[in-house]
Design a protein around this ligand. Structure first.
Ligand code: NDP
Length: 245
């Protein structure tokens, strides 16, 4: 129980990778904040994790909306009184080739995948700074490192998130706060399932480990930055089955 008495916020944790990260942190004894925009999903996940024995607070919050975030942080402080771990995980895709990319889809992805991290991290860092400790993990993507066809908006947002991660690492090291990124490759969640069997197979064939990643594979990497890695900050760990393109 490496996280007993610790409190963790994982954004976009009603399902997918965020939920799996929450479960892994909970298994190490952390109190967990489940956050999702979808009220029913947020409630259902919160109830399931509570039944499994966790100390869980469910908060419906849109991470693009500053007022909604302030309310979430206030609720967390009221219930738990501290924040030790922040995982900026919420994300969306709106794929299209560059010339067909609408400004609306460009902006939606930048807002949800990049600006949200700025908005959520600011109030959380105020709390962590006072505590003189904290762990921040941003969920980037291999697309942010290498680029990907049809994902110029997503690649720009995730590359931005990696730059953000490195700068927070520099500015907050003196307060004993680390900031790292995990860059998943091709992971089996709703986000990738919507691509359809044919595309999934063509991606999977290229992966040296010959399988899609699981949300638990990503949770394992996050756990390293949160429970160990005290001398590691500003890093991006690719978790991609060996596919570095
Ligand atoms: P899912 O689509 O399965 O889940 C995304 C989660 O983010 C949902 O819980 C969703 O909430 C939430 N979310 C989206 N927008 C907001 C918002 N504005 N406010 C609050 N919550 C929001 O995706 P994954 O689990 O696959 O992805 C998780 C992260 O991992 C993302 O950042 C993604 O970019 C990244 N990633 C995923 C990869 C993959 O192959 N799956 C690869 C590389 C990176 P709701 O249920 O309300 O829609």
């Amino acid at each position: 129980m490496k996280l007993a008495d610790k409190v963790a916020i994982v954004t976009g944790s009603g399902r997918g990778i965020g939920r799996s990260i929450s479960e892994a942190l909970m298994a190490e004894g952390a109190s967990i904040v489940i956050n999702d925009m979808n009220e029913e999903l947020c409630k259902a996940t919160t109830e399931e994790l509570t039944k499994a024995g966790g100390k869980v607070l469910g908060v419906v919050c849109n991470v693009t909306d500053s007022a909604s975030i302030e309310k979430m942080v206030a609720e967390v402080m009221e219930k738990f009184g501290r924040i030790d771990v922040l995982v900026n995980n919420a994300g969306i895709t709106r794929d299209n080739l560059f010339m067909r990319m609408s400004e609306e889809h460009w902006q939606a992805v930048i807002d949800t995948n990049l600006t949200s991290a700025f908005k959520v991290t600011q109030p959380v860092l105020k709390v962590m700074s006072k505590q003189r400790s904290g762990r921040i993990v941003n969920i980037a993507s291999t697309t942010g490192v290498h680029g990907n066809f049809g994902q110029c908006n997503y690649a720009a947002a995730k590359a931005g998130l990696i730059g953000f991660t490195k700068t927070i690492a520099l500015e907050y090291a003196s307060r004993n706060i680390t900031s790292n990124a995990v860059a998943p490759g091709f992971i089996d969640t709703d986000m990738t399932r919507k691509l359809g069997e044919e595309i999934i197979k063509s991606y999977t064939d290229k992966i040296p480990l010959k399988r899609m990643g699981t949300p638990a594979d990503i949770a394992e990497a996050v756990l390293f930055f949160v429970t160990g890695g005290s001398y590691v900050t500003g890093q991006t760990l690719e978790v991609n089955g060996g596919l570095y393109t």
